[in-house]
Design a protein around this ligand. Structure first.
Ligand SMILES: [Fe+2]
Length: 218
């Protein structure tokens, strides 16, 4: 039957979600956690960025040989990188965030980056949702709030969107989207790896001399 009406989503924001195989993640979870706490021991002061409390590690290159780099390469290779042109190369940096009870991350974007993301390693219940803010929430407020709930659910037309952190899951999103991590209301640490991706080679003017700092997509 011909449909006379359809709602088409134009200019969407793309969130790339990837779930590691439960059996693989379960096997490596302790090693991943141990690695994070070891880094904290090595550099207990850490950095202060968007975090209000908690421990923010220094920034690492994905070319560092360790289990986290391995996970990020695999997760990105099987998600967002499957969607990129062959000529595109990616430079990836990441950091560890350990949010102890009652700590959180203030709203922020990731300037000078193209894509950003998170890989949850330890996420107890109520340890802080990741909340994204719709940059058009103000200008489209009346329209968005006029739609019935079902239509909003079907189109993701919300003022904000939350992810409940889930161990072994990754989400990659446009770096320009404002986001925050709600307070950790559990009694345990919440551990996540965040990352930034810079893309090059998407036009014909890519300087090959710069390519050495970019990794090959798997
Ligand atoms: Fe962030």
């Amino acid at each position: 039957m011909r449909r006379n009406y359809k709602a088409r989503l134009v200019f969407p924001s793309i969130f790339h979600e990837y779930i590691f195989k439960k059996v693989d993640f379960k096997k490596d979870k302790k090693d991943l956690i141990d690695f994070c706490y070891l880094q904290k021991e090595i550099n207990s002061k850490g950095l202060t960025k968007s975090n209000y409390g908690g421990w923010h590690s220094p920034v690492y290159s994905i070319n560092n040989d360790n289990l986290i780099s391995e996970y990020l390469k695999k997760g990105l290779g099987k998600s967002v990188f499957t969607t990129l042109k062959k000529t595109v190369a990616a430079k990836i940096e990441y950091w560890i965030m350990i949010n102890s009870p009652n700590t959180y991350n203030l709203a922020h974007t990731h300037p000078n980056c193209h894509l950003s993301g998170v890989f949850w390693i330890k996420a107890p219940k109520n340890s802080g949702d990741l909340k994204f803010m719709n940059s058009l929430a103000h200008v489209n407020y009346a329209e968005n709030n006029s739609y019935v709930r079902q239509f909003r659910n079907d189109t993701n037309v919300f003022d904000c969107f939350r992810y409940i952190p889930t161990e072994g899951h990754m989400v990659t999103f446009p770096s320009s989207i404002m986001h925050e991590v709600k307070p950790n209301k559990s009694r345990y640490d919440r551990i996540a790896v965040s990352y930034n991706i810079n893309l090059a080679g998407w036009d014909d003017n890519f300087d090959n001399d710069e390519s050495s700092s970019y990794i090959e997509k798997k």
